[in-house]
Design a protein around this ligand. Sequence first.
Ligand SMILES: C[S@@+](CC[C@H](N)C(=O)[O-])C[C@H]1O[C@@H](n2cnc3c(N)ncnc32)[C@H](O)[C@@H]1O
Ligand SMILES: [Zn+2]
Length: 319
Amino acid sequence: MTPAIPRLLCPTCRQPLPDSQPVPDSAEDRTTCAACGATVPVRQGIPRFVASQHLESFGRQWNRYEVAHDDEDRATFVAKTGVPLEELAGLDVLDAGCGGGRYSKVAGEAGARVWGADHSHAVDKAARLCAHLPAVRFVQTDLKQLPFPEQSFDFIFSIGVMHHDVDTRAVFDAVARLVKPGGRYAVWLYRRNQGWQESLNDWLRRRTTRMPHDRLESWCRWGATLGGLPLVNKTLNKLVNFSAHPVYENRLCDTFDWYAPQYQHHHTVDELLGWYRDAGFVDLRVLPPEKTGRLYRWVYDRSLLIGSGVNVVGRRSPA
Ligand SMILES: C[S@@+](CC[C@H](N)C(=O)[O-])C[C@H]1O[C@@H](n2cnc3c(N)ncnc32)[C@H](O)[C@@H]1O
Ligand SMILES: [Zn+2]
């Protein structure tokens, strides 16, 4: 296997960890730190630094639905990172919050060496999706405690992730520290909508986040059906969020993705730009939405589009 650089660090003493060793009579391998003796379980070739917790709705979701579509995922990657695929070859890249791995796959196929990191067991799906890419590897970890040295990636992207933590900014800052001087950092977060939309959404999500996942999924099937109706999916979804993706399974996944997670914070562009500046990033670029069209843009500019984003890419000041 092509070695992925940078190497993983021990969670206890921060020394590099060796490759995993098989554990006799066990479905699990492990890697043991030579310096302090701490061990990290390795299941299905993936080091596990966390036990799953509040983000497990994502583990369910990404393992359950088939939502990767190569052409669409490449286009979305470029739109939401601002980085052309031709610039990725040979770079060390981190997909921060990789979910089912569709964008790790895009970066790996473009020739990058990729680590995909996610808190949930979505990494199992991501590893299956990228099984043909030896330079793409995955780790199950919290992004606030990434097991990598600071300043070790040429490019880090995070698409639709950090707002699902209890503290979005803490995740942004922790991940920012891993960007090399001169390296790039692209982040997409949910946009804050109009007050009345936020209140209605909070009211709904207070209920949906407590539902058992099977029951919530049945509700989301209604949303996915509505999202396929031409007029409805351009009007009613300004009131209540459901996906209008052309493929039913993506609509179901996106709708579940909206209503299941415990935390879902919404942010403004100015807030995100401020975080970049405070963390020492320059050449900041606010990326436009992927979709075009005059009506779309009008609604987007007024922050009326539920589920749309704030999206910035920046470069860490060279040392
Ligand atoms: C909406 S999904 C997006 C996945 C992927 N970026 C994509 O767009 O396909 C958000 C992912 O972020 C992960 N996540 C959220 N907060 C995290 C944290 N603090 N540490 C690690 N993963 C986190 C979740 O487990 C989930 O898989
Ligand atoms: Zn150690």
